[in-house]
Design a protein around this ligand. Structure first.
Ligand code: 5GP
Ligand code: ZN
Length: 107
């Protein structure tokens, strides 16, 4: 049993406002939104951060990046959005399961 919060969210052991899911990734609403739309996109497989990504994660990371604008569009961010990946304590990372923040104001 993992102690990772986002692994528990991916396993649906902790409820979250899921907005997108496929075999590889899950996107859900940030519990403390820093913008009117604030989503987190995570891989279902665990790795701690971008600094822990391995060559075998290359395809997964590519899929996630290509999915971001589609999720943003669906969330109403058709005029643009911000993405953020915090890496390590010095980078402001608090949850050590890689995640991409997607932020913006729907029009
Ligand atoms: P980090 O600082 O690690 O880049 O971002 C972690 C994010 O996870 C924060 O924006 C925080 O609000 C969010 N978060 C922390 N715990 C939970 C939770 O239990 N559920 C959801 N949906 N978001 C969470
Ligand atoms: Zn995890």
């Amino acid at each position: 049993m993992t102690d990772c919060l986002f692994c528990k969210i991916a396993a649906k052991q902790i409820p979250s406002g899921i907005v997108y899911e496929d075999d590889d990734m899950l996107c859900f609403k940030d519990i403390h939104p820093a913008a009117p739309v604030h989503l987190l996109l995570i891989p279902k497989t665990h790795f701690d951060s971008l600094a822990h990504a391995q060559p075998q994660h290359q395809e997964l990371l590519g899929k996630m990046m290509l999915r971001v604008p589609q999720i943003a569009q669906q969330a109403g961010l058709s005029h643009g959005f911000k993405t953020q990946i915090n890496t390590g304590k010095g980078g402001g990372q608090e949850v050590f399961h890689l995640h991409i923040h997607i932020l913006g104001n729907p029009q």
